[in-house]
Design a protein around this ligand. Structure first.
Ligand code: NDP
Length: 519
């Protein structure tokens, strides 16, 4: 069903159930009134992701009855200007009607702020009080840091010093802080950032976003693995040859060169999204489907990551950078020619990494993690390649090669699960043919589909940490990646280790040297 259309509902209410609307998978707990304060509200993330997500939630009855959104930024804007700027950035929407933009926009306010100025936060506190008085949006607060990471520390400090991070002891008046990646740029800075945040916020108040985790099909991995009995017995080193995790993009660095030049693909994709996909595909089943237990199991995977030594780096990691080329019939310029990129930049835009997990289930099974920009197709998927049959009685008749089974979990563009296996080709001769069973995630499905940012915002309102990073996980991933980054960035032959690839290709040819990757 098209998003936002029809009668689907996110939050179940007695009235909607009585109406016979599809409430089976809806949330049953009431959503507490709240005020969402967005720092960096004039920026790209707010316009492209946060406001469309909040509006869609509103449109589908997925926000509390009473809520307001306060955007903050240095830019001088009136409430009216702020609303109209956001409306312009919104994909075409139904503007009238009780669930339309006009009504939603009445809940949007703007406050000009100097991020590191004490007085700005005193004024913000006053604004929040008066909005609460008028709108009864409650004392519950969400602070969303949609800001360049260099501002995370001053802003959380100023929120804390203004007394805005304190929660009332009676359970009402919760305060939550949403932090966007990157959580530091190495282990040391991640610890430093966490210390600064914890000076004013407790761990239960902190929501570190990884929007990949909130994608429907990513969450579905746990259902697929742990709500079926046929997959788990073969989900281990005895039956699996390798696992490949691919997150490929056709887009380049776009307007984020300043950030990307400092980050590169390892910080941008591997420290967070790739690690979370790895954890979901490899983790043990938790005893209960509870946030902390699921997060514990994910973190055990990070603890099992086998570090690789700098001497044999080339066996485990291939880095690349896109050159010029063509994608979808359009000429594409090289990374080094992009606005804001150093013409001699050595920042990698592609990486394939072979990792091993030192635990009983996965000993010896390689996991190939591949991500890059300006590749031939935008694809996010995980493939589980099973081993060849131990003995083939067909060898003499059919030759040596009988391709092994494969399960593919498609996240983008096709949200699907496929299983490839061998059958007999119809006909008089004995011939095999590989066939694929295909489950399309959305076929015969009429429930409301939550986009990743809708899901994370809703979970934050509900206080559910399941899909968010915990600091020990962040640190463990940095513990694994920091020596790799240091070895890549500080070595004398950094330039020689960077392999250039044509835009619109599948990455540098050298990537095939460390493993199949499943492309
Ligand atoms: P922007 O670069 O658009 O910055 C957001 C706002 O912050 C700006 O509108 C500006 O508002 C203020 N700002 C920017 N630079 C400075 C500066 N040097 N000093 C003070 N204020 C500044 O960021 P995004 O919206 O793209 O991203 C926000 C956060 O979300 C970042 O941490 C990013 O890594 C993360 N993120 C972004 C994604 C995206 O798709 N954009 C995706 C995933 C994560 P004003 O001048 O009005 O104060």
């Amino acid at each position: 069903m098209e998003k936002g259309m029809g009668t689907d509902t996110i939050v179940s209410t007695a009235a909607r159930e009585a109406d016979g609307l599809n409430a089976q998978c809806a949330i049953t707990e009431p959503l507490a009134p709240c005020t969402i304060v967005i720092f960096g509200a004039t920026g790209d993330l707010t316009a492209r992701k946060l406001i469309p997500a909040l509006f869609n939630l509103y449109h589908q009855h997925g926000l509390p009855e009473r809520f307001v959104i306060v955007g903050c930024g240095r830019t001088r804007l009136t409430d009216r200007e702020f609303r109209s700027k956001l409306e312009t950035a919104l994909p075409a929407s139904d503007s009238s009607g009780p669930d339309g933009w006009q009504n939603f926009a009445k809940r949007l306010f703007y406050q000009t702020i100097d991020y590191d100025d004490r007085l700005s936060y005193v004024q913000l506190a006053d604004t929040l009080k008066s909005l609460d008085k008028k709108n009864h949006s409650g004392e519950n607060l969400i602070f969303y840091l949609a800001l360049p990471p260099s501002l995370y520390q001053p802003v959380t400090r100023r929120i804390g010093q203004a007394g805005l991070s304190e929660e009332n002891s009676d359970g009402h008046g919760w305060v939550r802080l949403v932090v966007e990646k990157p959580f530091g740029r190495d282990l040391e800075t991640a610890i430093e950032l966490d210390r600064a945040i914890h000076a004013y916020f407790k761990e239960h108040q902190i929501f570190r976003i990884d929007h990949y985790l909130a994608k429907e099909t990513v969450q579905n991995m746990l259902m697929f693995r742990f709500a079926n009995s046929i997959f788990e017995p073969v989900w281990n080193r005895r039956y699996i040859e390798y696992v490949s995790i691919n997150a490929l993009e056709t887009l380049g660095v776009e307007h984020r060169a300043g950030y990307y030049e400092q980050a590169g693909v390892l910080r941008d994709m591997f420290q967070n999204h790739m690690m979370q996909l790895l954890a979901l595909i490899a983790m043990e089943p938790p005893a209960r489907f509870k946030a902390e237990q699921v997060r514990d199991e994910r973190i055990k995977i990070f603890r099992s990551l086998r570090p690789f030594s700098t001497e044999n780096m080339a066996d485990h990691l291939v880095l690349g950078q896109y050159g010029s080329g063509r994608i979808d019939g359009k000429n594409i310029q090289a990374y080094r020619e992009e606005t804001g990129v150093d013409p001699g930049s050595l920042t990698p835009t592609f990486a394939r990494m072979k990792v091993f997990l030192d635990n009983w289930r996965w000993q010896g099974v390689p996991f190939y993690l591949t991500s890059g920009k300006r590749l031939a197709k935008k694809i996010t998927e995980i493939s589980i390649q099973f081993k060849d049959v131990p003995h083939s009685m067909f060898r003499k008749i059919l030759g040596e090669t009988i391709s092994a089974n494969r399960i593919t979990l498609g996240i983008y563009p096709d949200e699907k699960i496929t299983l490839t296996f061998q059958t007999k080709q119809p006909g008089a001769r004995v011939c095999l043919r590989p066939v694929t069973m295909n489950f399309d995630y959305h076929r015969n499905e009429s429930g409301p589909v939550l986009e990743a940012y809708e899901k994370v915002l809703l979970d934050c309102i509900l206080g559910d940490h399941m899909l968010f990073w915990r600091q020990d996980g962040v640190e463990r991933c940095w513990w694994f990646l920091t020596p790799i980054l240091a070895a890549c960035e500080n070595c004398e032959d950094r330039g020689r280790k960077l392999h250039f690839y044509q835009s619109g290709s599948w990455g540098p040819e050298e990537a095939a040297d460390i493993g199949p990757g499943g492309l």
